[in-house]
Design a protein around this ligand. Structure first.
Ligand code: HEM
Ligand code: SF4
Length: 554
């Protein structure tokens, strides 16, 4: 795990002191809200519906136990005892008082964390596969390069005022768990003729105009990656639309100019700047790689695990859904669900944070990850320890066996917190989860991703949900539009709009009709919702959603 250098520590301390003085001047009235706004946004502080909101970066989703404990302390001391984990590997505090924020930032700095560039038109938190360094299907751990990109981009003088925010995600595995194709730049570690390099995808993004990223380069050698990124962001900085906020993301730049034109410009820029990269970045990368050395794995008897698996159906259900294959024999990757039926997706109480931190310290080599699906991962746990770990998770309300299932819903905060929202998201997620729990159907339904956003900005990733739900405002009434067939993996696709939206009362029965239709339509139990949708297309699902239309058509 990366630990701050003296330079990092000093830099954060200076930045926090500067912000403390800005907050003091806002409180004593010498700064107006308009003057203060850009200053607070540079430090991740938003003003939301009811209160300020502080967004803290969790670089590539990785935390140690000390950091998780500190997040819990902050939640208790300066917020209402909980935090919200987001789809971009951040944590958001929804209720801080302005006067406390400098203390919160100092507390974060004690454990090498900060909120810089979690807002504004800059390169945001660099995200990564949440199974990085542990997954069985991985070529290489993507976090060292993510850390190098973070160091390169943080406070990069040229990239503080880009046309719009800029998001980079990295993965080192064949299966895309980082939603690479919905990012401004997605990087996938690949191998070609025995050499390691990167596939570079640009121009993906969700929001008002969702787009799947395009391959800019199939293979960029490791030593050429940083200059390539610098060239891409420079070209975007120059060419990106500043006249229209809604056309300012790089996805529009790529769309309007064409990928060939962008490639030619990036090539030209690259030639100019390549000599400035003298190889220092590669030396830094090797040092960073040493920080991410794998823990020492051990061999233990699997008897206790096997006994629990055979005799305890609750443990078995959890193991079947919440564990993933680890690269080391005897080990598993544990996904802890923050989606207990009826809970707010992504919220964890300070008590739950501490339990997860303790379990990571005791059984998980001190490591935790935050997933873009708003869950927490313990990446390296020996199977021998799983029965004890599961018992402790259950006690803390963290034992829900629903990873990847219908109640493992991604939802943005929507109208419960967000100043931009046009509808609620959280209650819809809660109702869907409890409804399918009552029906006892979710394990039968199998893998199904529902994603909900409270407005077109798409923070809840609804476009890439197998079932996407978008909350809109129709003349003062909440209306929910359904999209179907979206996918955020290596086969990424944007969901198709199913038809007219539903009211808040109608949306849960509509989802139920959809899922029942799938159960009828699937060719066999193993055919997932997405596979069935891809085989049959929209029509039969549309018929289930709009029974009247079916009657009309008959
Ligand atoms: C509560 C304060 C928040 C505000 C004001 C906010 C604002 C926005 C806006 C304006 C966009 C559209 C940007 C564009 O297309 O140019 C956006 C996109 C996004 N936000 Fe948020 N958001 C908030 C919270 C969240 C939360 C809680 C999450 C995760 C649960 C999140 C994750 C994302 C993601 C994944 C996108 C789509 C990225 C893309 O367009 O490629 N945001 N947000
Ligand atoms: S999708 Fe809209 S409502 Fe939801 S958090 Fe983003 S900006 Fe707010």
């Amino acid at each position: 795990m990366y630990a701050y250098s003296d330079f990092d520590t000093q830099f954060i301390a200076q930045r926090n002191a500067q912000f403390r003085s800005q907050v003091e001047r806002r409180i004593d009235g010498s700064l107006t809200e308009d003057e203060f706004k850009p200053l607070r946004l540079m430090n991740g502080l938003y003003l939301q519906l009811h209160a300020y909101m502080l967004r803290v970066a969790i670089p590539y989703g990785t935390l140690n136990s000390g950091q998780m404990n500190k997040l819990a302390d902050i939640a208790d001391k300066w917020d209402k005892g909980y935090g919200h984990f987001t789809t971009r590997q951040n944590i958001q505090y929804n209720w801080p008082e302005l006067r406390d924020v400098p203390d919160m930032l100092d507390a974060l700095a004690e454990v090498d964390m900060h909120a810089i560039q979690t807002s504004g038109n800059t390169i945001r938190n660099v995200t990564a596969d949440h199974f990085a360094g542990a997954a069985a299907d991985e070529i290489a751990d993507p976090r060292p390069i993510a850390e190098l990109i973070r160091q390169w981009s943080t406070d990069h003088p040229e990239f503080q005022f880009l046309p719009r925010k800029f998001k980079v995600a990295v993965s080192g595995a064949s299966h895309d768990r980082a939603v690479l194709k919905a990012h401004d730049i997605g990087l996938q570690i690949v191998e070609q003729d025995g050499a390691r390099g990167y596939r570079v995808i640009v121009g993906g993004g969700l929001g008002r105009t969702p787009m799947i990223g395009k391959v800019l380069y199939d293979f960029v050698a490791s030593e050429d990656l940083l200059p390539t990124l610098e060239a891409i962001v420079s070209v975007y900085n120059l060419l990106g639309r500043r006249d229209n906020k809604y056309k300012a993301r790089i996805k529009i730049t790529v769309h309007e100019n064409g990928i060939e034109d962008i490639r030619a410009r990036v090539d030209a820029r690259y030639k100019l700047i390549r000599p400035q990269f003298t190889g220092v970045d590669q030396q830094m990368l090797s040092r960073i790689e040493a920080d991410f050395a794998l823990p020492e794995f051990v061999t233990k008897s699997l008897a206790a695990y096997e006994t629990a698996y055979t005799n305890d159906p609750v443990f078995r259900a959890w193991a079947d859904t919440n564990l993933s294959d680890h690269r080391a024999p005897g080990y598993a990757i544990v996904s802890i669900s923050l989606k207990a039926h009826g809970a707010t997706p992504g919220d964890a109480t300070s008590h739950q944070m501490r339990v997860m931190a303790d379990l990571a310290a005791e059984y998980g080599h001190n490591e935790l990850r935050i997933s873009h699906e708003q869950n927490v991962i313990l990446p390296h746990v020996h199977r021998a320890d799983l029965p004890a770990l599961h018992a402790r998770l259950k006690e803390a309300g963290l034992g829900t066996a629903n990873i990847g299932l219908i109640s493992d819903i991604i939802a943005c905060p929507g109208m419960d917190y967000c100043a931009l929202a046009t509808a609620r998201s959280i209650p819809i997620a809660q109702e869907i989860a409890t409804r399918f729990d009552d029906l006892k159907l979710e394990h039968d339904v199998g893998p199904l991703k529902i994603k909900i956003s409270g407005c077109i900005n798409a923070c809840g990733h609804h476009h890439v949900g197998h079932i996407g739900i978008l909350g809109l405002d129709r003349a003062g009434v909440e209306n929910y539009q359904i999209t179907l067939g979206g996918d955020g993996t290596e086969d990424a696709s944007i969901g198709e709009r199913a038809g007219p939206g539903f009211s808040a009362e109608e949306i849960i029965p509509a989802i139920e009709r959809l899922v029942m239709a799938y159960l009828d339509l699937r060719s066999e139990r193993a055919e997932t919702f997405l596979q069935t949708y891809r085989r049959l297309g929209l029509a039969p699902f549309k018929a289930a959603l709009y029974p009247q239309a079916k009657a009309d058509a008959a």
